[in-house]
Design a protein around this ligand. Structure first.
Ligand code: 13P
Ligand code: SF4
Length: 304
């Protein structure tokens, strides 16, 4: 079967199975083209929580499918590739977080959604890159623990009037992106605006014209009159940026900005998952309930 035939068969089976197919903005082009809904972590969590469908096929990485399973326990959640993990999420464990909490008694914990269900369950509230500053600002008290991303943590800390304690995690994909990469591309495209994801290292963020989540980049690129944009996040975002702005130019500074985990899922994997209704992602109730409290608190923080 060619790609079009596989896509048609996926969509036919999705209808038959009452399934909603979600894809993160970093997925392969053909996965984004086939999915019912594409978006950033926040938008996809909201879709998972609200959908009337009985099955969610999550084209993304493990923590995203787990979030869907936490928010929608009555639904079957499928992750077509169980081996699609997130190295940043694996940099913190529930035991590690408990140990950190014991060093800062009573200080609220804000955990980036790029984390396991067990770590969310140990946290007071979650955040994504789209709402992190608002989430932290919504908390009372002069101190906060921010996990697991030190780069997102420092980005938040610069914008809130609180003492922040960071977990030392990071995204290996964004961490590979350097000041030299930006300088080289800026020399070739002096008029281009530089948009960067808060997972980038602080010295790279310091060079950015605009810092935002993946979905924030779609809004910025379409609303800003500039013609050229340097894209400081994972390569998968280029698909929709170029599709929605055919007259504008988007430049990826380095091919090191590719997340191998986000690229694992193929159309064949999605088809197979709908044929077999697996692999399914579930979260035990004793973890799911406290993790859902942290996610629900995040979802209750007003969005723009
Ligand atoms: P957002 O979609 O929240 O911007 O996510 C970035 C990310 O790294 C997901 O793995
Ligand atoms: Fe994890 Fe980074 Fe890949 Fe996102 S891009 S899934 S944070 S490794």
């Amino acid at each position: 079967m060619n790609q079009n035939e596989i896509t048609s068969e996926i969509l036919r089976l999705a209808e038959e199975r009452d399934a909603l197919i979600l894809a993160h903005n970093y997925q392969r082009d053909e996965i984004q083209a086939m999915a019912h809904i594409t978006g950033d972590s926040l938008a996809l969590s909201v879709e998972a929580a609200q959908t009337g469908k009985s099955v969610i096929v999550f084209c993304g990485v493990h923590f995203m499918a787990e979030s869907a399973a936490i928010l929608a326990p009555d639904k079957t959640v499928i992750l077509p590739r169980l081996d699609a993990g997130c190295p940043m999420a694996d940099m913190i464990t529930a035991d590690g977080l408990r140990e950190m909490k014991s060093r800062y008694p009573g200080v609220p914990v804000v955990t980036y959604v790029n984390s396991s269900a067990a770590v969310k369950a140990e946290s007071d509230i979650c955040c994504t890159s789209a709402n992190a500053v608002k989430v932290v600002a919504s908390l009372n008290g002069p101190e906060v623990i921010l996990t697991p991303d030190r780069n997102l943590g420092r980005y938040i800390a610069a914008q809130v009037d609180k003492t922040c304690h960071f977990w030392d995690g990071y995204c290996p994909t964004h961490e590979r992106f350097t000041v030299d990469d930006v300088k080289k591309v800026q020399a070739d495209y002096p008029d281009a605006l530089f948009m960067a994801h808060p997972e980038c290292p602080p010295e790279v963020l310091a060079m950015a014209d605009h810092i935002c989540s993946t979905s924030g980049m779609y809004t910025f690129a379409s609303e800003n009159p500039a013609q050229q944009f340097i894209v400081g996040t994972e390569a998968g975002i280029l698909y929709r940026l170029r599709k929605e702005n055919p007259d504008k130019e988007f430049i990826l500074p380095t091919t090191r900005l590719i997340c191998p985990n986000m690229k694992l899922t193929s159309l064949e994997d999605v088809l197979h998952s709908l044929q077999t209704m697996g692999p399914q992602v579930t979260v035990p109730e004793e973890v799911r309930i406290p993790a859902k409290v942290a996610l629900d608190r995040m979802l209750a923080v007003p969005r723009d």
